[in-house]
Ligand binder design. Sequence first.
Ligand SMILES: NC(=O)c1ccc[n+]([C@@H]2O[C@H](COP(=O)([O-])OP(=O)(O)OC[C@H]3O[C@@H](n4cnc5c(N)ncnc54)[C@H](O)[C@@H]3O)[C@@H](O)[C@H]2O)c1
Length: 344
Amino acid sequence: MSQRVVVVGVGRVGLPLALYLADHGHEVTGLDVDPSHVESINAGRMPFLENGAQEVMDRVRATGRFRASVTTEPVGEAEVVILTIGTPVDEHLNPVFNALEKVLASIGPRLRKGQLLILRSTVSPGTTEYVRRHLEATTALKIGQDLFLAFCPERIAQGHSFKELPKIPQLVGALDDESRARAAAFFRPLVETVLESDARSVEIAKLFCNVYRYIDFAIGNEFMMLADQQERDIYEVLRLVNSGYPRGGLKSPGFTGGPCLYKDGFFLVDRTPFPDLLTTAWKINESVPAYLIAGLRERMGSLEGKRVLVAGLAFKRDIDDARNSLAYKAIKVLKRYGAEPLEH
Ligand SMILES: NC(=O)c1ccc[n+]([C@@H]2O[C@H](COP(=O)([O-])OP(=O)(O)OC[C@H]3O[C@@H](n4cnc5c(N)ncnc54)[C@H](O)[C@@H]3O)[C@@H](O)[C@H]2O)c1
């Protein structure tokens, strides 16, 4: 059934989702506070690289089922509103809540009876409860009776949205049965599997997925340093560990950054008295650029005046997103040693 859907925050997550929904028959408006972003979308240009996105954009624009807007009026006309704004950490690595507060302040007055509000950004445990409290305090709407609220996190790997959106089980968490049922019904025609639970379990599940991956990469980096200490090549050791061994699967070392993995652990360690594994993973991953450049200095001597090519500035391969990329940390360290980094 075609519905009017507003996706609030058409960035790396929101735009592919908005296009996917429009491609599946919904009437979609993407809202964003960035006018240049909205302009680019309305001119039919993908503002960033995402496999297959330009084709989907061309297709849905031809149907008239997709447009972008800087104003919040479309929220009032929608049946479903999905929040996909960024949820960063600040310079002290504390989760920043005011982005969510701001978006609720801007769309809150437009929300009306019967709508389904889906939180899709990655959030701290308890955020869905916070949103319910906030909306019940600032509007006349009661969650579960007037307005239906669910947390349905995005779990795609950037660059692979269109391949993964239909395949990845969609987690649906809510604070009441009616909201959960409505959110599950919305996603069921769009994905192969819907898994329903309470909101907090889903909030934690999303964070555990990312943090597990981040720790897994930290083990790869730690093992690189241990192999180095034994004067052995980590890739040779990985070949021995992973070849044909059913309990292998060690990750290769590398720069582990990006806007998600880097920060999501801090949503969990915020209030815990036992954060060591998570924060140690962060320390290991963040130390890799300096570690590699120390190795370079050992082999080459002083880097003063030497030109060093840093190739690959995005935080992972085949995308154009350099947010929280450790390549920039490497460039900073190189400059500190007097080298002349060339960026590509
Ligand atoms: N990037 C990923 O691969 C990925 C994967 C899964 C989950 N997530 C999560 O999804 C969320 C979004 O991440 P992203 O990478 O798409 O971020 P992004 O910065 O690319 O996109 C967020 C968009 O929201 C807009 N925005 C901010 N405040 C707004 C407001 N008040 N009203 C309207 N628009 C507003 C911004 O201008 C931006 O275009 C984050 O919580 C992130 O952790 C990201």
